[in-house]
Ligand binder design. Structure first.
Ligand code: ATP
Length: 506
């Protein structure tokens, strides 16, 4: 509005002066240039600085700790730290120095924002959130100004709502608080971080409105150590990926408002979703409901939840026109993965599919297992063998492999590299940084070649089964693990504890 009025007034002055015979071209050009620069930078430099940065959360959107699954340790640690806001007298009586900041660190979608919101509910504080990137501007001093505004805004909000405390949540902390001096272009970042430190240093438990800053980051390694020293972000709370129990709790929370059929077994879904974050699990529950609706059913069945897992992991099913030879290649590739997986880990294949999903042309679904956090060498070697098996099967049947194995080989070499780092290679226990790259390359190649040889021997022995499984896949698109075991004459054994994974052919 104001811009329109100013622009109109300027235009009127220009027209008036040009009638009076003034040469206005230099002024018009300069004005145009200034307008262009301001637009390119998304507004006047001070414009955002004095406006609100953070967003408050209304009472209707309040989150409580019992709405957060699988983060018991993080929630307990956080609750302890919050006592100075919730029970200041008790904390002061023991002479405990109040905390000024808490840093939540962990992978995306694990519930860091939820924890911060629950902290505000728990302490009956106002909640103001902002993202680290909102403080980053080209103009020196703007970020620092926004920090000052944010702290003031939190206090004003608390006063307006008659609350005694405020929680400021800053997401993407690594953007705002990266190592000082690392940004070569200008010192704006450093000024912003310094301002945050100044504001935090100024906080006191005797303030009229007690303020706590909760930061969140996926990259704690990038955060300036000055921010993590005692007296600032005293506590770093790790918010990790949920374990099986945690996943079960999260699934229960996100299906509580959905109609579930009798056959739904959330514990089994939790077993199948190793490595999923809370956000992934929320998406699984939501996608399952969408699939049920698509199928015209009024309850979510186990099959919907299982398909939702594939969808979240690999993307939506796609209808892609494939040539017969291409389809045959995918079938052989997936059959290779499945047979080798069954030989090395009996009972491990749940199903094999060649219907494409997103980037994957086919995939092997493994049986749900217990979570695994450490692996011995023999299991790492099996991982490499199963990963290269698709490409080796293609070599066996077609005499050459294809670009479809690129992702498998990438994962296989990464696994082999991890083996080198863990002292599982012929190099022994080494500092990988000090080893010449050609030596590392040779060692990784030796590991992968060894497994390629192993797989070749296995597939030659099971060549007939390989072709039979591929033919069945071409016929039926998807076959269960039981049928793979029958066709390959492999015993049906209760699967051992293994982490869940999918070998998808991109
Ligand atoms: P990012 O690091 O990407 O900002 P985040 O760790 O802050 O992610 P949230 O924003 O808290 O993650 O979570 C995103 C969504 O995922 C939530 O709204 C919720 O639906 C779901 N979610 C994540 N973790 C949990 C959990 N532990 N319990 C229940 N739901 C969860």
């Amino acid at each position: 509005m104001i811009y329109d009025a100013v622009a109109g007034a300027c235009l009127a002055v220009i027209v008036f002066l040009s009638f009076r015979g003034f040469n206005l071209w230099p002024i018009v050009l300069l004005g145009g240039l200034l307008y262009f620069i301001v637009r390119m930078n998304g507004g006047l430099p001070f414009q955002k600085g004095f406006t609100r940065v953070g967003r408050g959360v209304g009472t209707a959107n309040r989150v409580t700790f019992d709405k957060i699954g699988g983060q018991k340790t993080a929630a307990t640690e956080l609750q302890e730290a919050l006592d100075f806001l919730a029970h200041p007298e008790a904390v002061e009586a023991l002479g405990i120095r109040p905390l000024k900041g808490i840093m939540l660190s962990g992978p995306p979608g694990t519930g860091k924002t939820l924890l911060a919101k629950a902290a505000a509910t728990y302490t009956n504080s106002v909640f103001l959130s902002a993202s680290g990137s909102e403080f980053v501007e080209m103009y020196a001093g703007v970020g620092a100004q926004r920090i000052r505004t944010l702290f003031k805004q939190a206090k004003d909000m608390a006063k307006a709502e008659s609350k005694k405390s405020a929680i400021i949540f800053i997401d993407e902390m690594e953007v705002l608080a990266g190592y000082r001096g690392k940004h070569s272009s200008h010192l704006e970042y450093d000024q912003t971080l310094n301002q945050l430190l100044v504001e935090m240093d100024g906080l006191s438990s005797r303030d009229e409105i007690r303020t706590l800053v909760i930061g969140a980051t996926n990259r704690i390694d990038l955060v300036d150590p000055a921010l993590l020293r005692p007296g600032r972000f005293d506590r770093v709370v790790r918010v990790g990926l949920p374990d099986r129990e945690g996943r079960y709790e999260i699934l229960k929370l996100h299906t509580a408002n959905k109609p579930l059929a009798e056959d739904v077994d959330l514990a089994a879904i939790a077993r199948e979703t190793f490595g999923f974050s809370g956000a992934h699990l929320e998406s699984v529950a939501n996608e399952a409901a969408i699939l049920a609706r698509r199928a015209g059913e009024n309850k979510i069945r186990q099959a919907h939840l299982r398909e939702a897992i594939d969808k979240v992991m690999l993307g939506e099913k796609v209808t892609r026109k494939q040539t017969e030879i291409e389809k045959h290649r995918v079938a052989v590739h997936e059959a290779g993965h499945a047979i080798v997986s069954e030989i090395l880990r009996p009972g491990s294949v749940d199903s094999v599919t060649i219907s494409p999903r997103s980037n994957a042309l086919g995939y092997v679904r493994h049986s749900p297992q217990d979570d695994i956090y450490i692996q011995p060498r023999s299991e790492m070697e099996k991982d490499v063998a199963i990963l290269v098996a698709g490409g080796v099967a293609e070599m066996e049947v077609f005499g050459e492999s294809s670009t479809g194995s690129a992702d498998d080989y990438d994962k296989a070499t990464r696994t082999a590299r991890q083996m080198v780092m863990c002292g599982m290679s012929d190099l022994g226990i080494v500092d990988i940084q000090l080893i010449p790259s050609d030596v590392i390359h040779r060692t990784i190649t030796a590991i992968t070649q060894g497994q390629i040889q192993r797989v070749r021997t296995l597939l030659t022995r099971h060549r007939k089964a390989l072709e039979e499984i591929a033919a069945k896949l071409l016929e039926e698109e998807s076959i269960p693990g039981e049928q793979i075991r029958q066709l390959a004459s492999l015993p049906t054994v209760r699967p051992r504890s293994r982490k869940r994974s999918v070998e998808a052919r991109p």
